[in-house]
Design a protein around this ligand. Structure first.
Ligand SMILES: Cc1ncc(COP(=O)(O)O)c(C=O)c1O
Length: 419
């Protein structure tokens, strides 16, 4: 059935031993974890790095002269350096700020650009922001709010009937009032991978600040800030084999310097008087309060884990699994795959006539297969297709062709049982 991934079954079996959570049965079946678009699992090198930090170096950073505090500070800054390298942001024109995840990173950007702080607000009344129908709510609602706050206009780049974004449509929307273009590197609800490189280029040429939501791409696509025309890029640790509650906003220094801190308080100041404060330089000014140091250490270990296995090899593997799933699912009568054409994607999303996705998800779970059902925090895109909730399977480097085949067999069984 379908194509074979480039990794041998032996290589995959070895890889899977690194993920303790996969070594279990669910409802009497081996766990087939296909909900990686929501959260990936953590391998032992990541778990070990975090445990090592908590057992040996745990202390608050930047504030202590004692050895543990200095070690913790070194661990935190080493994690930042690793992650900057991972996304091509090691050069002096870039900086990276730790956040709790993609949502916080995007809120930090959108919330900042609508208010003055040390500089006039980037967004003024009558300015235009472009986002797209493909976005997760985390890259749409903050822009709705920013537009409201600034009196700006939010324009939405809509996909064609198949869910593709077209460069020509973006060109039509761009004009001299466009101040921000925010788009996804991969739509989490369909797996559509827009031509974001070209789109960012067009947007920057039009004078806009550019924002890339890389949450669904970072685990398998090379994202090089030195090459991309992105002023800001956001991603989450828990979608790239790292921990929850940690992520990053990486950006051009001059763009990051426009942002207003989300949190005023400790660790982000140079001097504080009773009535005023002078703020620290980047990145600390945007990292007020005690950060998630163990999370940062785990996130850096996750980046190293990905690098060790090769982004190219991981990308080829997840794409092949997606292709295998699409090929088989499109043969199932009465089942529609959304954006089946999508390439360079690890996500397949589908609907079936007369059967609710939650029921499919429940029957799959009874066979040990974990998928996500619902609108995937992307209601405008789901509305665009006019389909209601969908069932979504999303693949990671540890998934096997056999798991894809179990998914397909499970869906066929569920449809028979539920119709
Ligand atoms: C494309 C995309 N953007 C943003 C997010 C939000 O990420 P987080 O919940 O880690 O902040 C998600 C989560 O699913 C996503 O898929």
């Amino acid at each position: 059935m379908g194509e074979r991934p480039n990794w041998t079954s032996g290589k995959l079996a070895d890889l899977r031993t690194l993920f303790p959570v996969l070594q279990q049965q669910i409802n009497g079946h081996p766990l087939a974890y296909l909900d990686n678009g929501a959260t990936t699992q953590m391998p032992t090198p990541v778990l070990d790095a975090m445990r090592d930090f908590e057992q040996h170096d745990r202390a608050n950073i930047h504030r202590g002269v004692h050895t543990l505090s200095q070690r913790a500070t070194d661990d935190f800054e080493a994690a930042r350096a690793t992650l900057k390298r991972f996304v091509g942001a090691s050069g002096p024109q870039h900086e990276m700020v730790f956040t709790s995840g993609t949502t916080e990173a995007l809120n930090l950007v959108a919330g900042s650009l609508a208010v003055p702080f040390e500089q006039p607000a980037w967004l003024q009344a009558g300015d235009e922001i472009i986002s797209t129908t493909l976005e997760h709510h985390a890259n749409l609602i903050p822009w709705q709010q920013a537009a409201r706050r600034a009196g700006a206009v939010l324009r939405v780049l809509r996909p064609d009937a198949d869910g593709r974004l077209q460069l020509a449509d973006l060109q039509v929307l761009l004009n001299e009032r466009t101040r921000v273009v925010a788009l996804t590197a991969c739509a989490n609800a369909t797996g559509e991978r827009p031509p974001y490189e070209e789109m960012l280029k067009l947007a920057r040429a039009a004078g806009a600040l550019t924002v890339l939501d890389a949450a669904q791409a970072v685990s398998h696509e090379a994202l090089d800030m030195a090459v991309l025309d992105a002023d800001f890029m956001a991603f989450s640790g828990h979608k790239m084999y790292g921990p929850m509650g940690i992520g990053a906003l990486v950006g051009r220094r001059d763009a990051l310097a426009r942002l207003t801190p989300l949190r005023f308080g400790g660790d982000m100041v140079e001097h504080v008087g009773e009535l005023d404060a002078k703020f620290a330089e980047l990145p600390m000014r945007l990292e007020g309060g005690t950060p998630n140091v163990g999370g940062a250490v785990g996130l850096a270990a996750a980046a190293d884990f990905i690098t060790a296995h090769g982004l190219g090899a991981i990308d080829a593997h997840v794409r092949t699994l997606r292709q295998r799933a699409v090929q088989a699912l499109t043969q199932v009568p009465g089942l529609r795959v959304l954006a089946p054409h999508a390439h360079q994607s690890a996500i397949v999303s589908f609907v079936a006539d007369g059967v609710h996705p939650h029921d499919i998800g429940t029957l799959l779970d009874a066979r040990g297969i974990a998928v996500r059902t619902g609108h995937h925090c992307a209601q405008p895109l789901i509305d665009h297709f006019g389909v209601g909730a969908t069932t979504r399977a999303s693949f990671a480097l540890y998934n096997t062709p056999e798991e894809v085949d179990r998914l397909v067999a499970g869906v066929a069984y569920a449809l028979e049982a539920l119709r």
